[in-house]
Design a protein around this ligand. Structure first.
Ligand SMILES: *Cc1c(COP(=O)(O)O)cnc(C)c1O
Length: 395
């Protein structure tokens, strides 16, 4: 059930509704012109040669890993403090996720720990712009280049952000965005792969469409005298998936992306308001953004002071829900989720920084439609819950 003031809420305007109904009226619901328009839009925002629209961020990450030839026997280094999809995509490809701890300021993977985790079996670093913060992406790129492995950006939380002026999505050999309704822009469900690598883009296009032969496959076969795409549309060159994005979603993506600058600005305003309201509260640790970072705020996550336990944090979240205010623990560490404990033997204590942070995080309601009154109510409720915890402690 949705709280009165939920954690997130998409902004759908009349232009969005018109774009989707136009597609419905056109009768062309899949594999039409909107997919390509949306791809051009995201390629231009990120400054990349290619964009490949897919049905979800997770699907995009999986397709990129497979397109890079990463699979059984390979290792991929990734932070444990992220949404579970980051590591799930590595398992889906049949490779082994090797977790690393985070650096507590940006909450992104600690570059030194990444370097220490690289072995001869490591094929890629799958790095995450946690909550929309791209700090260290340039360092990850240098580490990947030095070890001649790939850098994949899980940019699902970061569309529109920058580091030293460079857009999120431009650091990795490939980057993947997600458009679930809580992201900066939404297509309902959807994702986008971006890359400058012609071959990789071609592979991803084939993989999203059942492994269908692409023009590059046809050209290769022509030059080998193999008779090109003899069976044309029904030629399948490799095992693929159905990761296509439908036309309604793609059309929504085009109109949403056109408003990205204003949506981003509005999110910045709300982040600033939260910061002002909570600055003097010694029970709260605020997000800490470096000067060279242009945040694209995905969520607004505060941390309780280190004197708080995870049980106290969870009680505070429960209390906020009872006042109809959304709140959530972002994120539980991935290495402590059942699949990763059971299959890779991870346990408590493996990554102390991420574990300590994740026990005390609290995501607050955060979306462009959040009014000043809503925000006052959220902060008031949070302060009430904190004072209750402090009273209980004294008893
Ligand atoms: C949202 C998200 C994804 C992808 O989500 P989908 O629901 O598959 O689109 C992947 N990684 C991170 C870090 C995310 O936040």
């Amino acid at each position: 059930m949705l709280d009165e003031i939920p954690l997130s809420k998409p902004v759908i305007d009349e232009a969005d509704i018109r774009a989707v109904t136009d597609v419905l009226r056109s009768g062309r619901l899949a594999l039409g012109p909107m997919q390509e328009r949306f791809e051009h839009t995201i390629a231009s925002i990120t400054g990349r040669r290619h964009a490949v629209a897919v049905s979800a961020g997770t699907a995009g990450l999986h397709a990129v890993l497979v397109a890079m030839g990463i699979g059984p026997g390979d290792e991929v280094v990734t932070p444990t403090f992220s949404f579970v999809a980051s590591a799930n995509s590595i398992c889906m490809a049949g490779a082994k996720p090797v977790f690393v701890d985070i650096e507590p300021k940006s909450l992104n993977a600690d570059p030194e720990k990444i370097e220490a985790a690289i072995t001869p079996r490591t094929k890629a670093i799958l790095a995450v712009e946690c909550f929309g913060n791209p700090e260290h992406m340039d360092t990850y790129r240098r580490i990947a280049d030095k070890h001649e492995i790939k850098l994949i950006e899980d940019a699902c939380e970061g569309l529109g952000g920058r580091l030293n002026g460079e857009p999120i999505g431009s650091f990795g050999h490939a980057a993947v965005f997600g458009f679930y309704p809580n992201k900066q822009i939404t297509t309902g469900e959807g994702g986008m792969i971006v890359t400058d690598d012609d071959h990789l883009a071609d592979r991803c296009r084939s993989l999203r469409n059942q492994g269908r032969a692409t023009q590059a496959d046809a050209n290769r076969q022509d030059s080998a005298g193999a008779g090109a795409l003899g069976s044309g549309w029904m030629a399948f060159e490799r095992l693929g998936y159905n990761y296509r994005l439908n036309e309604m979603s793609a059309a929504l993506g085009v109109t949403q992306a056109a408003r990205l600058p204003e949506l981003k600005e509005r999110r910045q305003e709300i982040a600033d308001q939260y910061t002002q309201r909570l600055l003097d509260n010694t029970d709260i640790i605020l997000p800490n953004v470096s000067g060279n970072v242009g945040m694209s705020w995905f969520v607004f996550v505060v941390r309780l002071a280190s004197t708080y336990t995870s049980a106290e944090r969870d009680r505070i979240i429960g209390g906020m829900h009872r006042h109809d205010v959304g709140a959530a623990p972002y994120f539980p560490c991935i290495h402590l989720q059942k699949h990763y404990r059971d299959h890779y033997g991870y346990s408590e204590g493996d990554f102390p920084v991420a574990e300590s942070v994740s026990q005390r995080t609290l995501a607050l309601p955060f979306y462009p439609g959040l009014t000043k009154r809503d925000l006052d109510f959220v902060v008031g409720t949070l302060e009430l819950m904190l004072s209750r915890e402090n009273l209980t402690r004294r008893d």
